[in-house]
Design a protein. Structure first.
Length: 291
């Protein structure tokens, strides 16, 4: 019993930074899980990746102005992330370029700009800090920020859930009944940016999207309805955060990559053994039909 306690609970009982990291992971899972599922549902998975890179130049500007200030980097990330989202939408409406192509071009520009801005003043350590995060250094202010963004995300999703789902499947019907599909899309992009900004403080810009997307695509193999898929995604994200932190503590591994790689193992397991559409599930279905 003592060995199990030392393995699974002792790190969080004995060390405050581990408790902070765990709470941050749980809060991020609550917000990022449903948002990631909706990104997958709307076939916008790569848009999440693009926006995670779009946050970087804003965070870099905040770093240039105020150093490693939580609020300066957060406000900069939100401002530039929203600007990139709006700019990509404008390019799509005014040209023949599709939205995914617009985001692809803008995220590459954003990534290069952010790295350049940080390099102008900071060191390689500062660059690694912004790109990959330091979840074990999450403080009370960062926890409050993550909790506030998660709370706002869940409340807004509850308010716009029905029109947002309808807009995913039949935007024409939503327009015919007076729904504001463009407004729903814009609000949703704002939520994506906010959750990526919350994640970047803990996991970095390159890892934040992993907490959002990997559990979401894994959940697709375990549930069929939107709400149940979102619930499974939250559970997978929470388990990945908890297990990844334990691995990083006991095996002396970087915490952010350990969390995302744990989610990646969940994804591989889901692809092979999931209840709906997995390799094992399709094989069994084929055997049943053949019989």
């Amino acid at each position: 019993m003592n060995q199990l306690y030392d393995l699974f609970l002792s790190p969080f009982q004995d060390f405050l930074f581990m408790r902070h990291a765990l709470v941050a992971c749980l809060a991020l899972a609550l917000g990022c899980g449903p948002v990631g599922v909706l990104l997958v549902l709307r076939r916008m998975s790569l848009v999440g990746d693009a926006l995670s890179h779009a946050v970087l130049p804003g965070a870099a500007l905040g770093f240039l102005i105020a150093g490693l200030s939580l609020y300066a980097m957060t406000l900069g990330g939100i401002a530039v992330g929203l600007a990139v989202a709006l700019l990509a939408g404008a390019v799509t409406r005014l040209t023949v370029l599709r939205e995914d192509a617009s985001f692809a071009a803008l995220y590459l520009i954003s990534l290069a700009s952010g790295v350049l801005l940080i390099s102008l003043r900071g060191s390689n350590i500062d660059l690694i800090h912004v790109l990959f995060g330091t979840i074990l250094a999450v403080d009370d202010a960062a926890l409050i920020l993550v909790a506030a963004i998660t709370t706002a995300t869940l409340l807004i999703l509850a308010l716009i859930y029905r029109p947002l789902i309808v807009e995913c499947f039949d935007p024409g019907f939503l327009r015919s009944v007076g729904g504001r599909g463009a407004a729903m899309h814009s609000i949703f992009l704002v939520l994506v940016v906010l959750n990526l900004v919350a994640g970047f403080r803990a996991l970095g810009t390159l890892m934040a999207v992993g907490m959002m997307m990997v559990p979401a695509v894994s959940a697709r193999f375990w549930a069929r309805q939107v709400w149940s898929t979102a619930l499974v995604a939250v559970v997978i994200a929470m388990l990945s955060g908890y297990t990844g932190l334990l691995l990083s503590f006991h095996a002396n591994l970087p915490s952010g990559p350990a969390i995302i790689l744990t989610a990646g193992l969940c994804y591989v397991f889901s692809v092979v053994f999931g209840m709906h559409g997995s390799i094992y599930g399709r094989h069994r279905k084929g055997e049943h039909l053949a019989g």
